[in-house]
Design a protein around this ligand. Structure first.
Ligand SMILES: [Zn+2]
Length: 55
C-alpha cells in the first residue's frame, strides 16, 4: 500500500488487484442507475463499478 514511490514498478499483484476491481471473477449484477444525460438511454451499474447502457 505504502511502498516508496519511484522504487517498485507495477507488480503482478497490482495488476491482479485491478482485475479484481474490474469484476473479472463474478457475474455482473446490473441495476438501474439513472439516465444517460447525453443519449437519454437508461444506464445500469454493477456494484463492482462496471456501468453499461440500457439492455
Ligand atoms: Zn460486476
Amino acid at each position: 500500500m505504502h511502498a516508496p514511490s519511484g522504487v517498485i514498478p507495477a507488480s503482478n499483484a497490482e495488476r491482479q488487484s485491478q482485475l479484481r476491481a474490474a469484476g473479472a471473477r463474478h457475474v455482473h449484477w446490473f441495476r438501474y442507475a439513472g439516465a444517460d444525460p447525453f443519449s437519454g438511454s437508461s444506464l445500469y451499474a454493477c456494484r463492482c463499478g462496471v456501468v453499461r447502457p440500457g439492455l
